[in-house]
Design a protein around this ligand. Structure first.
Ligand SMILES: Nc1ncnc2c1ncn2[C@@H]1O[C@H](COP(=O)(O)OP(=O)(O)O)[C@@H](O)[C@H]1O
Ligand SMILES: [Mg+2]
Length: 305
């Protein structure tokens, strides 16, 4: 059964159609990238899953039931707007969130200490959040979303504002949660993070789904290209849209920059070469980056590589 299932979800704010007839599902253990530029409707969707705002129409199911307090205990959430109360220590803050999720204080404290140690903050457990650096406070906030070992972990733009070391740490936590069997949904407008982590992804533009599938399927949306050394004219091959010679031929070998027809896999062209006994020396497939796909499908606005 899907951990999260969204069906025909629509949200209007007055004239603004923030989410437009959106459907998707996320399975246990899956890392699901929720991608779109600014204003695409990512945060609005996550807020509806959390029951912070109500859909205009459509349904949401978390572990088989509509969002409410009962399944809140199974959800971990890192909001886009970060900020915790100062005046409270790191560990007390984490325990407070754990208690909100129905945990007993001792278990929450123990898990909280484990998380803080993993985040290199073990010695700062009793420090006031207000006295911490922004990066430290962000890690404490991440810990509040993990303390209950959620079945559904939702992180809204979790990478923004983190330095590279802490981004790596966050990636580790996402992978760890997935290994534990949690469904992880994270939104981002930075394609590299999605490229490294996602099992599946959804591209959103103006509230509408433009693509849903694996990274490979996303890349297959764009024509493939490759560089090869051959002893034949590569622009004559079936499946090849265009081929440009690179430099001068040497002893019969010519290097080519080859663009394939849409939907043609490089492997198919390679097979044809083998079958036709076309000698090849180099074969470098150039995969489209997720950013390329994004620009193609939804325009590059508000999206970073
Ligand atoms: N509370 C609100 N009132 C009115 N419009 C809103 C509200 N929240 C979001 N919107 C609008 O809904 C659209 C989607 O916003 P949002 O979900 O925050 O996008 P994203 O998180 O993908 O950047 C935007 O046009 C935004 O201005
Ligand atoms: Mg947002």
């Amino acid at each position: 059964m899907a951990v999260l299932e969204v069906t025909d979800l629509t949200k209007r704010f007055g004239d603004v159609l923030a989410v437009d007839d959106l459907s998707f599902a996320v399975a246990p253990g899956e890392i699901f990238g929720f991608l779109g530029g600014n204003g695409a409707g990512k945060t609005t969707t996550l807020r509806m899953v959390l029951d912070i705002i109500r859909p205009t129409s459509g349904t949401i199911s978390v572990l088989g039931s509509a969002p409410d307090r009962r399944n809140a205990a199974a959800i971990g959430f890192l909001p886009e707007e970060r900020g915790l109360y100062s005046g409270m220590s790191a560990i007390d803050t984490i325990v407070y969130f754990g208690r909100l999720k129905g945990m007993d204080a001792a278990t929450a404290r123990q898990r909280g200490m484990e998380l803080l140690s993993r985040f290199d903050l073990g010695d700062r457990a009793k420090s006031d959040i207000g006295d911490m650096s922004k990066g430290m406070a962000q890690k404490v906030q991440l810990a509040t979303s993990l303390v209950n070992q959620p079945d559904l972990l939702m992180l809204d733009e979790p990478f923004s504002g983190l330095d590279p070391v802490n981004q790596g740490l966050l990636e580790e936590e996402i992978l760890r949660a997935s290994r534990r069997g949690a469904a992880v949904v994270f939104s981002t407008h930075v394609m590299q993070h999605a490229e490294r982590l996602c099992d599946r992804l959804l591209l959103l533009r103006k509230g509408r789904k433009r693509f849903e599938g694996t990274l490979e399927e996303a890349r297959a949306q764009l024509p493939a290209s490759l560089v090869a050394m051959a002893q034949a004219d590569m622009d004559k091959l079936p499946g090849v849209a265009s081929a440009k010679p690179l430099g001068q031929p040497a002893e019969g070998w010519q290097e080519w920059d080859v663009k394939l027809d849409p939907g043609v896999a490089p492997g198919a062209v390679l097979e044809h070469c083998t079958a036709s006994r076309i000698a090849l020396r180099r074969w470098d497939e150039r995969r489209a980056s997720l950013h390329d796909v994004f620009v193609q499908l939804v325009g590059g606005e508000g999206v970073e590589k």
